[in-house]
Design a protein around this ligand. Structure first.
Ligand code: NZQ
Ligand code: ZN
Length: 387
């Protein structure tokens, strides 16, 4: 059954090898002052920085630069960007990079003209935005989060040791997004598989909840199939355009809200990972992969039929020859094998977690879940299993 919903996504997406040509036209919609936001330098190595700067110069734009945005962007960087926006009367924040840079751009966008402490207002109290929003444009170089087409902004407050995600209304989405799969060829394997697992996790967290016969679940199964196939090809040949373009689009549709409509959703794996990230600064998708297998083994009995369906539809397990319990576990084991195939570590200690962190992560994680509501002790059990 399709429950009532409203879907609106205002981001204009330009996809493909020539997509950067569209930047020229997009820039006509904004004034002269552009805050160019990027990470630790990969965009310079791959030549995207030079191309973007030359388009901005040809258009006569005034470029204000803020580079060095961290993977897992920091609130202090948001404040620095907000100051630059105010001082330079910035008309457009142009984020060039992965989810961290784009998330940071959205955070700067809502914080620049916020009269209060924006961390408290937007990432603690989750209030609606009631101040001016600075438009954001995105040029994607690393795929996974779908930040290019959603209102999400995940920010780490180092002082408070909290990594909090916030999904703003679609008015905060990038106004446009430029997606050229070729830009992702240079992403190191570790980051690539982190992005792939982030996509898988977005798909599974929307899938493993709510058991109506719902078109959205069929769509998720199809996207998972395309993602798994394309990842295997891109692992063999990182410059396989077909595979890279499929992965990039799987990521964008994976969390631009279309695969979440009309469904209950889980998101507890993400909640746990965010706090793991606050303590270890690990790559987001790697943390998700390590938590997912013990998490799903902990909850599968509460949604047994859906886990059997997942085993059959996504992994091709011959479920008819097994009990439901065996079939569900076979599906989760296939997931574990795929994580191994991608070369992702399987324990928390490999990403820098120590035993004393586990209760702190469990107590500071936002409690929720899909088939099972997770309390602090449940989360601690999952973390111990993952350790
Ligand atoms: O810093 P630079 O030099 O850009 O290097 C980055 C970074 O080290 C590198 N990279 C990016 N493009 C590259 C490249 N290296 C070589 N060639 C390229 N073309 O990759 C590293 C990771 O980049 P990052 O932006 O941190 O990765 P990702 O896209 O996975 O973003 C992760 C952040 O997004 C949040 C995560 O929590 C994390 O903070 N999320 C945002 C979401 C959203 N907006 O909806 C949802 C997600 O669930 C997630 O929580
Ligand atoms: Zn994610």
């Amino acid at each position: 059954m399709i429950l009532d919903f409203t879907f609106h996504n205002p981001t204009r997406v330009h996809f493909g090898k020539s997509s950067l040509d569209q930047l020229n036209h997009e820039l006509d919609n904004y004034g002269d002052n552009i805050l160019l936001l990027y990470g630790k330098g990969s965009i310079k190595k791959i030549g995207v920085y030079d191309k973007v700067v030359s388009i901005l110069r040809e258009k006569g734009k005034n470029i204000i630069e803020l580079g060095g945005i961290n993977p897992n962007p920091r609130y202090t960087q948001v404040l620095e960007g907000a100051r630059l926006v105010r001082e330079n009367k910035v008309d457009l924040i142009l984020a060039v990079g992965g989810g961290s840079t784009i998330d940071c751009a959205k955070a700067i966008s809502v914080s620049a003209y916020c009269k209060e402490d924006s961390w408290e207002k937007y990432w603690e109290k989750y209030e609606a935005v009631d101040n001016d929003i600075v438009p954001v444009g995105a040029i994607l170089t690393m795929t996974g989060t779908a930040s290019e087409m959603n209102g999400g902004s995940v920010i780490t407050n180092e002082e408070k040791k909290i990594k909090n995600g916030r999904v703003f209304d679609s008015e905060v989405n990038p106004k446009f997004a430029i997606l050229n799969p070729e830009y992702t060829y240079s992403v190191p394997k570790y980051q690539m598989v982190s992005g792939v697992f982030d996509i898988m996790s977005h798909l599974m967290e929307q899938y493993f909840s709510g058991d109506d016969d719902n078109t959205t679940d069929y769509l998720i199964e199809a996207v998972l199939e395309s993602l798994i196939m394309s990842t295997r090809k891109a692992l063999i040949n990182p410059e396989d355009y077909e595979a890279r373009s499929n992965i990039m689009w799987c990521a964008t549709v994976g969390l631009n809200k279309i695969l979440g409509v009309s469904k209950a959703q889980d998101w507890e794996v993400h909640m746990i990972e965010h706090q793991l990230g606050a303590y270890t600064d690990c790559a987001h998708g790697i943390g998700l992969a390590i938590i997912s297998v013990p998490y799903y083994k902990y909850i599968y009995q509460y949604g047994l039929d859906k886990f059997v369906r997942y085993a059959k539809k996504v992994w091709g397990v011959d479920v008819d020859s097994m009990s439901k319990e065996e079939a569900a576990l076979a599906g989760i084991n296939k997931l574990a094998e795929f994580i191994k195939e991608m070369g992702i570590p399987s324990t928390l200690r490999e990403v820098g977690a120590t035993e004393d962190m586990l209760p702190l992560i469990a107590s500071s994680t936002v409690k929720g879940g899909g088939y099972k509501h997770m309390e602090e002790n449940d989360i601690l059990e999952v973390l111990k299993e993952a350790y």
